[in-house]
Ligand binder design. Structure first.
Ligand code: ADP
Ligand code: GN1
Ligand code: MG
Length: 351
């Protein structure tokens, strides 16, 4: 923890550091929660080392986050309605350690829960409402002023190209065990590419979108269950609202964790879908176009597919992108996403 303690000291935080603990729920950054004692009061902070191989320009990531959080706070007038960036002592929204790694600090949002899997319909409803409200609050933010921190992040065609390269190279000699999964995904390439293509040719409107609206990127009040704050703003960029509806559907209308090893446990749930979309539409019906509304259902399938493609690509390439806890972790994630797509197809057919 030595380096972590040192970097925490470079931020403008009053009081005395009491403890630091790691949080391993995200797949990308390294997250630590600290507790400070300030005049007898305990205050918690989140510190993150930004993953530079995923975000090659962390300063641009922080530029986006600073602008967006200021906009949200100005409009809502509520302190914890968004992340609060704690500046470094030199006034920058990040601090660079002796190894050249970028770190940032946020105020930790207390009395709020983070779920890796949706516990009930009420939380699904509140997730939809929270993301609808987030998009609505940012509807007057100029999307063209945002830095594109990961170009073509949800470009299905590009993700399939990356999978093709990984299949061709088979650098880890893992291809033989995943041929069924690879062919399922390629069979669905055209269908899965439809939303990105309609976004890229501007048939779908360009908006400010979060682009990573999985359930553990929203914090929920411990008392009311309402969405308190949308976090993990790293990938805020121009996008279609359907990237966000899709990732919510993928993670909040499913019956198992994203990395459940037993694919039998992964099913698409229509009651959770109804709850999620009713919360979302309460906030979003006024600004969505009919084209967008008609593609919401498809967006869940598309996001499950792009994740399956990305997890499988990472598996074939030797697990260099996502944090993994065991050698088959990305494979489990990919298989579970595929099972979710298959279950969506079955459930919608029955419906
Ligand atoms: P990653 O980019 O690695 O996914 P996140 O920003 O999503 O990192 O943070 C990882 C986890 O840390 C979140 O899922 C959440 O549980 C917790 N977390 C992050 N920031 C805060 C915060 N400001 N307040 C409370 N919990 C937080
Ligand atoms: C990553 O950072 P985290 O864990 O919230 C990834 C998302 C994926 C998600 C899958 C920058 O999100 O795109 O949907 O894992 N973030 C990035 O769980 O690649
Ligand atoms: Mg996250």
């Amino acid at each position: 923890m030595g380096n972590t303690e040192e970097i925490i000291g470079s931020f403008s935080i009053p009081g005395e550091l009491i403890s630091i603990k790691a949080n391993t729920h995200g797949h990308i950054n390294s997250t630590f929660i600290s507790t400070f004692s300030d005049g007898g009061k305990q205050v918690k902070y989140t510190h993150q080392r930004i993953n530079k191989s995923v975000f090659p320009h962390p300063d641009e990531v922080m530029e986006n986050i600073t602008a967006v959080t200021e906009h949200i706070r100005r409009k809502t007038g509520k302190e914890n309605s968004t992340l609060t960036v704690v500046p470094a002592r030199d006034g920058k929204p990040y601090s660079i350690d002796k190894d050249g790694e970028y770190w940032r600090t946020y105020i930790f949002i207390d009395d709020a829960a983070s779920y890796d899997r949706v516990p009930d319909e009420n939380i699904a409803y509140n997730l939809g409402k929270g993301i609808g409200d987030f998009q609505n609050t940012l509807s007057d933010f100029p999307s063209s002023s945002l830095r594109v921190v990961i170009p073509r992040f949800h470009d299905m065609g590009m993700r399939f190209e990356q999978l093709r390269t990984a299949v061709r190279n088979d650098s880890e000699k893992r291809l033989a065990s995943v041929e069924k999964e690879v062919s399922f995904l390629f069979d669905n390439e055209k269908r899965g590419s439809m939303i990105w293509n309609a976004y890229a040719d501007k048939t779908l409107p360009w908006r400010v979108t979060h682009n990573d609206t999985k359930i553990n990127n929203v914090l929920f009040s411990n008392t009311t269950g309402e969405a308190v704050c949308v976090i993990d703003l790293d990938t805020i960029m121009p996008g279609t609202a359907l990237f966000d509806t899709g990732d919510m559907i993928r993670t909040a209308c499913s019956t198992a964790d994203e990395d459940e090893k037993d694919t039998e446990k992964m099913e698409f749930s229509l009651p959770l879908y109804k709850a999620l979309i009713s919360g979302y539409m309460e906030e979003a019906h006024s600004f969505l176009t009919e084209d967008e509304k008609s593609l919401i259902k498809e967006s869940g399938r598309m996001m499950a597919q792009i994740m399956a493609v990305r997890f499988l690509t990472d598996y074939l390439q030797g697990d260099t992108y996502y944090r993994t806890e065991y050698p088959e972790h990305n494979l489990a994630r990919a298989r579970t996403q595929i099972k979710l797509i298959q279950s969506m197809d079955t459930r919608w057919r029955e419906f």
